[in-house]
Design a protein around this ligand. Structure first.
Ligand SMILES: Cc1cc2nc3c(=O)[nH]c(=O)nc-3n(C[C@H](O)[C@H](O)[C@H](O)COP(=O)(O)O)c2cc1C
Length: 282
């Protein structure tokens, strides 16, 4: 009864949900969506496929959209999607469904979980008590969702009125790839390279002991949130703001190992029947 879950995460909220689902469902392979994934991914031999993504500006990260555009799945596979957000998923589920529909893939069930807001390029994090309440409630909700998934149930989908305003272009306008020019590094930086290692977009190189952003940023905020020296700022306001990552997810959990270099050629075949050396089973 194998399940495959692809997830995009910057600060661990979506990863924490994907990981809990894997634990609840058993026999689950988790794969992180990063720039190291190939353009096309063909999924065979899995009974269930899950997509777990955060809401970004009323839609989903562009990298996640791009990943979905290259997905092929066995017709019989049960597909579910999960959006983590900070209170307003907007048209995120619509975005997932629109792309998958075009690929002939039907999403049977969708779930939204509210978790602490992580966009600390725009605002300071919620206080720790509020974060703890959201995290605790989500654990309960994920357990219930796992039950629906286990039974291969369906959920009602109501299209968001926002959908007609949300497109790939909208994301690009609101999160331009070169908005990373607003990141800067303070003298606290020790050149440890963690910012580069946690970046799902592979957007950071360490040059002369300091990070340099390469202008293909998803704005996931992992670099600034996970810096152990709190040495990364975005614009001038963040020096007075706190930092956030999911309390049950460690920096190590978010480091993208070198062996995640999936690209063999441009097409990847993930089969639940053959053990793939890149898979991580839970
Ligand atoms: C660039 C950006 C845009 C976001 N846009 C939204 C949004 O439109 N609605 C919302 O509720 N939360 C939004 N958030 C908050 C995240 O969706 C939320 O905190 C999510 O759980 C983060 O997941 P992660 O920790 O797996 O990266 C945004 C966060 C970022 C970084």
């Amino acid at each position: 009864m194998k399940t495959l879950i692809y997830y995009f995460t910057g600060t661990g909220n979506s990863y924490s949900v994907a990981r809990q689902l894997a634990e609840e469902l058993g026999s689950t392979t988790l794969i992180r969506i990063t720039s190291k994934l190939p353009e096309e991914n063909t999924i065979t031999g899995y009974k269930r496929l899950g997509i777990v993504v955060p809401a970004y500006m009323g839609s989903i990260p562009e990298m996640a959209q791009h990943f979905l555009e290259g997905l092929r799945v066995d017709a019989k596979t049960y597909v579910f999607d999960v959006v983590t957000c900070a209170g307003n998923e907007g048209a995120s589920h619509d975005a997932v469904r629109k792309i998958l529909d075009q690929r002939g893939i039907t999403v049977s069930a969708g779930f939204t979980f509210n978790l602490p807001a992580n966009n600390q390029t725009l605002y300071t994090p919620a206080d720790e008590l509020k974060q703890a309440v959201l995290v605790r409630q989500t654990k309960v909700d994920v357990r219930e969702a796992a039950q629906v998934i286990r039974e291969e149930g369906t959920t009602k989908f109501t299209p968001s009125p926002m959908m007609k305003y949300v497109s790939k272009m909208a994301g690009r306008i609101m999160i331009p790839k070169d908005s990373d020019k607003n990141f800067s590094v303070t003298d606290n930086c020790v050149g440890c390279g963690i910012c580069a290692e946690v970046c799902p977009a592979g957007n950071i190189v360490i040059k002369d002991g300091k990070p340099e952003w390469q202008h293909h940023c998803e704005r996931c905020t992992a670099c600034m949130q996970l810096c152990p020296k709190r040495a990364i700022e975005f614009g001038s306001r963040t020096k007075n703001w706190g930092r956030y990552h999911h309390p049950d997810v460690s920096v190590n959990d978010l480091i993208i190992p070198d062996k995640d270099s999936f690209v063999v050629n441009s097409v990847n075949k993930i089969s639940g029947e053959d053990k793939n050396e890149h898979e991580r089973n839970v």
